[in-house]
Ligand binder design. Structure first.
Ligand SMILES: [Zn+2]
Length: 586
């Protein structure tokens, strides 16, 4: 355990908590801290703070707090050693290989590593097929026809899976056991038990996970083979609802620009990325899944949805809007105008109109509200029944708007645009809002009695004032000045390390405290405050001493009035005199 401790210490020292948490939460600099929306409870205004110097985080809403490991453990629902490993990995800190806990786990890890290695090799194989075979050259001609130049083909690792039926299988068989080949999904087994290549006569697009490791392939038929698109099945290293195509290369751009463009397929993502817009990802399939949204949400909360304009794309757009709104995203929708008689997807639009026109359209893309109203207007609005259908189409979205003023603006706009009687619509809306309220999450409970300013200042100095925290701790200790205070337990936890003048770890102190006190302590550490001085410390001590005298005087007075024996009375009066003298001296 000592070894693990020292490793954890080393990782913690080298890790940048802002960077690590920044991968999960969008953080903004605010004074000395960074703030963002708490990932542990639902909120609209940020009450989650990260302190870059103290290397701790704290949520003023739900009270969660701790160091970088606490954060990762909560976020990834993992153990402490696992959190240390994750943080080290994120920060590029080399750590000794962890011992696997069980034989099953070791087997699983080996299997995953084997599959990743296999995908890496298969990627080279597909690229080589595209480059060196006659079939591959035909595929290349097709790609060029779609406007993809050699640079792009290389940059996105586009390859070719030959028609043969077992070319890949023969290439892989000497290197991998049959079981792993089948598990990879790259090889299938027919009814007679014979193995064959899953992808034949197809253009291959490698699909990487968020950290850039190839985990699957998306393939497009070269000829008229059906289906037109065929992807890897779910495997131990790939789940399609967890992966966004191009995320590994888009994440920097998304974080920097604070928005993402969401398209349907890899050809669209490639077309947009080629146009110089790096912050694009594809859902690879028509419906966006919750884990994909969570992944995206670690980098931005703003999305422009640019799906295909066909019926399936529209349905997917509307489903995605709902899911994104539920996850507190700000959503815009880009519906590209038709080109001639063709409905335009991003790929076609950029090929025909150019990158600049696309960027312009992107900038002008309307909030989802306008998109939805436009969709509702396409419905038959001549009859009352038709209008009702249009309103029913819009209501579920309105229901998801948390802000009352925005909801009201919607109502006005919908009634104007659809020519619907406003009072009727408002009645429907307020009913929807009431339903929404009943679903609203309950607020996290609040911390009890507030701790007084003097106590807060002393706690802060005790934790941080390198120059005099030892002396401060001695004075507090000698006079028993913190006894009976609201924050007594926090003082008690701080005094020992302050007397020893050892390093002060907020998380370690926090671990000694009950939850309520730990929250108060973290809040104090996060307060924007001037550095304390010894003068200030002395005046705080003086105030505590005065308060102590007052309390004792009150106590003595109560005893005097409770009819004590003559002996006790003499002592009490003497004590009172002494206290009065001390009070006058202070
Ligand atoms: Zn919170």
């Amino acid at each position: 355990m000592a070894e693990a401790g020292s490793l954890a210490d080393r990782v913690k020292q080298q890790a940048d908590i802002v960077r690590v948490i920044g991968e999960y939460v969008r953080l903004k600099k605010s004074g000395q801290n960074f703030t963002g929306l708490c990932p542990f409870h639902g909120e609209k205004t940020p009450s989650f703070a990260v302190h870059p110097v103290k290397q701790i985080f704290h949520c003023f809403g739900c009270g969660k707090g701790g160091d970088v490991f606490t954060f990762v453990m909560e976020m990834e629902k993992c153990s402490f050693p696992e959190a240390v490993r994750i943080v080290a990995e994120k920060c590029g800190i080399a750590i000794p290989r962890p011992k696997e806990r069980s034989p099953e786990e070791r087997k699983e890890n080996q299997q995953r590593a084997g599959l990743i290695e296999m995908h890496r090799e298969v990627q080279s194989f597909f690229v080589k097929q595209r480059e060196t075979t006659a079939e591959g050259r035909a595929a290349r001609a097709y790609l060029e026809d779609r406007g993809l130049d050699a640079d792009t083909i290389a940059r996105f690792g586009i390859g070719y899976a030959p028609a043969g039926g077992d070319t890949l299988l023969r290439y892989l068989t000497p290197k991998y056991p049959e079981k792993l080949l089948v598990e990879s999904g790259l090889v299938s087994r027919d009814q007679s038990g014979r193995l064959f290549d899953r992808f034949r006569r197809r253009i291959t697009f490698p699909i990487a996970n968020e950290s850039g490791k190839i985990v699957a392939f998306g393939c497009r038929a070269l000829g008229d083979d059906q289906p037109k698109y065929l992807n890897s099945p779910e495997t131990p290293i790939y789940s399609k609802s967890n992966v966004l195509y191009h995320m590994d290369r888009a994440k920097e751009g998304i974080r920097r620009q604070d928005f993402a463009i969401l398209v349907e397929g890899y050809m669209d993502a490639i077309a947009v990325a080629r146009a110089g817009i790096s912050n694009v990802v594809a859902s690879c399939g028509t419906s966006l899944a919750e884990p994909q949204i969570k992944l995206l949400g670690r980098f931005t909360k703003r999305v422009i949805v640019n799906y295909d304009p066909d019926a399936a794309g529209q349905a997917a757009t509307e489903r995605s809007i709902s899911l994104l709104l539920e996850n507190d995203f700000e959503v815009k929708v880009l519906a590209l105008p038709a080109i001639g008689d063709k409905k335009a997807d991003p790929d076609l639009f950029i090929r025909e109109k150019g990158a600049e026109a696309y960027i312009r359209a992107l900038k002008e893309s309307p909030p989802y509200v306008d998109y939805l109203i436009a969709r509702a207007k396409q419905m038959d609005l001549t009859s009352g029944e038709g209008k009702l259908r249009a309103v029913n189409f819009l209501l579920p979205y309105v229901q998801k708007i948390p802000n009352r003023i925005l909801r009201s603006e919607w109502a006005t706009r919908i009634s104007q645009q659809l020519r619907i009687d406003e009072p009727v619509l408002r009645a429907a809306l307020s009913k929807a809002a009431a339903e929404r309220r009943s679903e609203a999450k309950t607020q996290p409970e609040l911390v009890g009695k507030p701790v007084k300013l003097i106590e807060r200042r002393l706690i802060r100095m005790l934790a941080e004032a390198e120059g005099f925290r030892r002396e401060l701790a001695q004075r507090l200790q000698q006079g028993r000045l913190y006894q009976g205070l609201e924050s007594e337990k926090i003082f008690a936890a701080l005094i020992v390390p302050a007397l020893a003048e050892g390093p002060m770890s907020a998380t370690e102190i926090g671990a000694l405290l009950e939850e309520r006190d730990r929250r108060v302590f973290f809040e104090i550490l996060f307060e924007e405050a001037q550095e304390g001085s010894w003068e200030e410390a002395e005046s705080c001590l003086e105030a505590l001493r005065a308060k102590q005298i007052e309390q004792e005087l009150a106590q003595v007075q109560r005893e005097i009035e409770s009819n004590p024996t003559a002996v006790a009375m003499r002592e009490l009066l003497a004590r009172k005199q002494e206290l009065l003298k001390r009070r006058a001296a202070g």
